[in-house]
Design a protein around this ligand. Structure first.
Ligand code: ADP
Length: 598
């Protein structure tokens, strides 16, 4: 519970506070609506009805006794005013409720927008390892579904947790006052017992609802993961006839979600009937007691009305409280992202590289482990002078990609330091560091947009000439003729519409336009066929020229221009030299090389 309150405080402070004015208007409208229901209606029944139903010979109605000046009014006018009071109160209540509902909705939309964007923004900042350890579908579910859930709840909290208790309190005030006036103190005591009875299920169910809601949201995250994975692997699914298996998995996830959600609904929906039964019980006791004490009918109706509104307020406050509990699941899941410590922070007083950057790279006693796992790089000491082309080879899982990822600070060395031009990468901002590094990965990931736009991503503000020059250098120009609108052809998501080799060329053009002094080629041709690889190799050689280049090599053919090769095995560099030196002196290198029969 402490956690829930701390998290909620954090969310309220961060996402409600900026909308303080709107929130105040919501409160005001809510309080007017609450007071007109809780106080207005019982008071009308108690004071106005007796004036309307007054017959000659009856006692003077209470209202006229309290305000003798009204007695001087002409009878017809008084009746008219009295009868008009009821629709007036309902009009006031209606306008206040409408304003309240519209403003709450607006508040909700604003919260949702800020919340969603903040979570998305946070995802861009968090270390890559944090995201790699989570399933994409689950993160999408948090950004889309959990934010919506939390928004719905924050606006309910902002509204009902104030409005409904105020209704309950106003009706309670009316109720006590009416009881005191008709000398029924005992009913008040009885009523307190019933209020206690009403609060009990709200509190007990609250805890269950919070736990069930979190489980339901988690199941939804799993469902999204399965869906997303399936859409990403459609080719494999069809090629291996996995459709039935996929459908079965999706159905199982979907059923799990339904079961979890159903459990949540069972608790949610039990609150109203329970509270209504308690209300009916309280009313029947009032009926018996009223009959025994010979209570006036209008007194009885007024007291029953206030009692009804009091329990109705409690019921709605209870529902709001449970919605609040339900939100805790989503809040916890969002807090995990929003409050996750940034383990790769920028320095408080960042330095800048001397310009132009040469691209000298130095690993000093670098040890690295993913989170709490075992070290995957052990005490690496290696100096790569500016302009050197270095190949990284070794069995799969030996640590090559991790080693290369430490340079742009995708990961943070657990011990030791990585230096670029003599500056520790932790001393400059990540943005400044990455401005000087170009990366071409195994699968060129392109964005929706034109080919030119995709190339231009390498350098914000690149001119059309620079883009065209990069396209030429990467031989993108060679296949532009086959595209409907040349370089301005729109690409689908992920670059659909281009072959693997063509996509890779666009990615290489992006690196050309970036013109960074450090280049990382992470198995850049591994996903291509031999023919495309040969073609692309030329462009890659051109790109590497004059830059410090790290080539994570899958095939030895990509290393023909390497000045130096580092051989990795189980997180250690066990060989360092030219091809000839290593072939003669490093058995692992010789074995790997011979196996490929280059
Ligand atoms: P290589 O590039 O040589 O194939 P990697 O650098 O990808 O090797 O991986 C080195 C080791 O780190 C492997 O044992 C791999 O399982 C582990 N590893 C890679 N990425 C992660 C990750 N995101 N979280 C945990 N372990 C990882």
């Amino acid at each position: 519970m402490k956690d829930a309150i701390r998290n909620t405080k954090y969310f309220i402070g961060r996402f409600l506070r900026p909308h303080f004015g709107l929130l105040a208007a919501v409160f005001l409208a809510g309080i007017i609506a609450a007071a007109s229901s809780g106080l207005g209606i019982p008071v009308i029944v108690k004071f106005v009805f007796p004036v309307v139903f007054h017959s000659a010979g009856d006692d003077v109605p209470e209202l006229l006794r309290l305000c003798p000046s009204l007695a001087a009014w002409e009878h017809g006018t008084l009746l008219l005013v009295c009868c008009a009071l009821l629709p007036l109160i309902f009009l006031l209540r209606g306008v206040a409720l409408w304003t309240n509902a519209v403003l709450v909705n607006l508040l909700g939309l604003r919260i949702l927008e800020t919340l969603r964007t903040e979570v998305f923004d946070r995802v861009q900042e968090l270390p890559i390892a944090f995201l790699e350890q989570r399933r994409k579908g689950d993160i999408i579910s948090r950004i889309v579904a959990d934010t919506q859930n939390v928004q719905a709840i924050l606006s309910t909290v902002a509204n009902d947790l104030i409005k409904q208790p105020v209704t309950a309190l106003c009706s309670m005030a009316a109720f006590i006052w009416l009881l005191i006036m008709s000398g029924q103190g005992i009913l008040f005591v009885l009523n307190l017992v019933f209020i206690g009875l009403a609060l009990w299920p709200i509190m007990v169910f609250g805890k269950r609802i919070s736990a069930k809601a979190q489980r339901a949201q988690e199941s939804l995250g799993e469902l999204n993961t399965t869906l997303q994975q399936n859409l990403e692997t459609q080719r494999e699914v069809r090629a291996y006839s996995l459709e039935k298996r996929e459908v079965a998995e999706f159905r199982a996830d979907s059923e799990r979600y339904c079961t979890q959600y159903n459990k949540l609904v069972k608790y949610q929906k039990a609150i109203i009937p329970l509270l209504e039964t308690v209300t009916a019980l309280a009313l029947s006791i009032l009926l018996v007691r009223g009959r025994m004490a010979g209570m006036e009918f209008t007194d009885f109706i007024a007291i029953a009305g206030s009692l009804f509104f009091c329990f109705d307020g409690l019921k709605r406050a209870g529902l709001a409280f449970n919605r609040f509990n339900e939100a805790q699941g989503g809040i916890r899941r969002l807090a995990e992202i929003l409050q996750a410590p940034n383990t790769i922070p920028d320095p408080a007083e960042p330095k800048r590289f001397p310009q132009p950057l040469r691209g000298d790279i130095d690993f000093r006693h670098v040890t690295f482990a993913y989170d709490d796992g075992p070290a995957v790089l052990h005490d690496i000491n290696v100096h790569i002078p500016a302009g050197q082309i270095v190949g990284l080879v070794g069995p799969s899982g030996a640590g090559k990609t991790t080693f290369a990822g430490l340079i742009p600070r995708f990961y943070e060395a657990t011990q030791g330091a990585v230096l670029v031009d003599g500056l520790d990468v932790r001393e400059v901002t990540q943005h400044h560091l990455r401005e000087h590094i170009a990366l071409v990965g195994q699968q060129a990931l392109l964005f929706s947009g034109t080919i030119a736009e995709n190339i231009a991503l390498g350098k914000p503000g690149a001119t059309a000439e620079q883009i065209a020059a990069a396209a030429d250098a990467a031989a993108v120009s060679k296949f532009l003729d086959s595209q409907s609108e040349g370089i301005d052809t729109m690409l689908g998501q992920g670059g659909s519409g281009l072959s693997g080799g063509q996509r890779q060329r666009v990615a290489i053009a992006r690196a050309f336009v970036k013109d960074a002094p450090v280049l990382i080629l992470d198995e850049a041709t591994a996903s291509l066929d031999a023919e495309s690889e040969r073609e692309i190799q030329e462009e890659l050689d051109k790109l590497a020229r004059g830059r410090t280049t790290l080539i994570v090599a899958h095939r030895f053919s990509t290393l023909r221009n390497a000045d130096r090769i580092l051989v990795f095995e189980s997180g250690r560099i066990i060989g360092d030299g030219s091809h000839e030196e290593l072939y003669a002196a490093c058995p692992l290198y010789k074995e790997l090389y011979d196996r490929q029969g280059v």
